[in-house]
Ligand binder design. Structure first.
Ligand code: KIV
Length: 299
């Protein structure tokens, strides 16, 4: 049986809502969305946070990593998502190359997500320099979500798409990054692809809602990529990406059935056809010369 939606599910989710959920131990549900229909699905399903993730690069734009996606591309997707949402908190992902160079660049990019796309907050990846950029963005009035562990924008430097924090030293680095982001004023942090036991230790040091993806069950919430959880995308499926539906199979089945009916001339049927009074047809034909290529007439 599925859990009942939160009683206040129709009230817009704010940073205060999320902090309150953490305090009450109420799990936070976050999902990615990239267009108007996926936003409407997230809204109807009663999720708490929607992320216009740079995973769009791979799930909807066909790039082979998140690195090439541009700010303009993500802004366009975020605007479409905004038009489909009223309740969940909307977070825009700052794409690679749009925030690292300077505080000014980071603030300008974050403000575009808020001003042009109507996002409530932005997300950025990594600690170190990113924590400084997060502090600058927060200082400019835009809420920031951090992201540590496996940070796909810099996956090459991390040795590829693999779990992070599997030694004491690297686990310490993940925790230090999270602490730096928390100190920078991030309202929430994503933990991606780290051992559950490392998450359990790190949670003891965190004061803001932690959203896990491949980080075990003991975070304040979970996030999954829309296309992974619905089975829309047939690319690489990470270990942590549980499939809750097989939508792609159903879509292929539907398009194939359509193709079969077009080829079998059983679609469109009479119920899909517009009518016209016979006398209007007669009047039309009276105006025309004999057709050089007479065709069958619709019934
Ligand atoms: O881009 C994305 O979808 C993300 C989530 C995996 C957190 O960053």
């Amino acid at each position: 049986m599925s859990a009942a939606p939160r009683p206040d599910a129709r009230r817009p989710v704010t940073l205060t809502t999320l902090a309150g959920m953490r305090t009450l131990g109420e799990p936070i549900v976050m999902v990615t969305a990239y267009d108007h229909p996926s936003a409407q699905v997230a809204e109807a399903a009663g999720v708490d946070v929607v992320l216009v993730g740079d995973s769009a690069a791979m799930t909807v734009l066909g790039y082979d990593s998140t690195v090439p996606v541009t700010l303009e591309e993500l802004l366009m997707l975020a605007k479409a998502v905004r038009r489909g949402l009223t309740t969940p908190l909307l977070v825009g992902d700052l794409p690679f190359g749009s925030y690292e160079a300077s505080d000014e660049q980071a603030i300008r990019t974050a403000q575009r997500f808020v001003k042009e796309a109507g996002c409530d907050a932005v997300k950025l990846e990594g600690g170190g320099v990113s924590a400084r950029r997060a502090e600058a963005i927060v200082g400019a009035g835009v809420p920031v979500m951090g992201h540590v562990g496996l940070t796909p924008q810099t996956a090459t430097a991390l040795g590829g798409y693999r779990a992070q924090g599997r030694t004491a030293e690297t686990a310490r680095r993940v925790l230090d990054d999270a602490l730096a982001l928390q100190a920078a004023g991030c309202f929430s942090i994503v933990f991606e692809a780290i051992p559950a036991a490392v998450t359990d230790i790190a949670m003891g040091y965190m004061d803001v809602p932690i959203i896990g993806i491949g980080a075990g069950p003991n975070t304040d919430g979970q996030v999954l990529v829309y296309h992974d959880l619905l089975g829309i995308y047939d690319g690489h499926q990470p270990k942590f990406a549980k499939r809750f539906a097989a939508v792609r199979d159903e879509m292929v089945r539907g398009v194939r059935a359509y193709a079969d009916e077009v080829r079998g001339r059983t679609f469109p049927g009479p119920e899909h056809v517009y009518g016209i009074a016979p006398e209007e047809i007669e009047r039309l034909e009276a105006q025309l010369p004999p057709a050089p290529h007479p065709r069958l007439r619709a019934a």
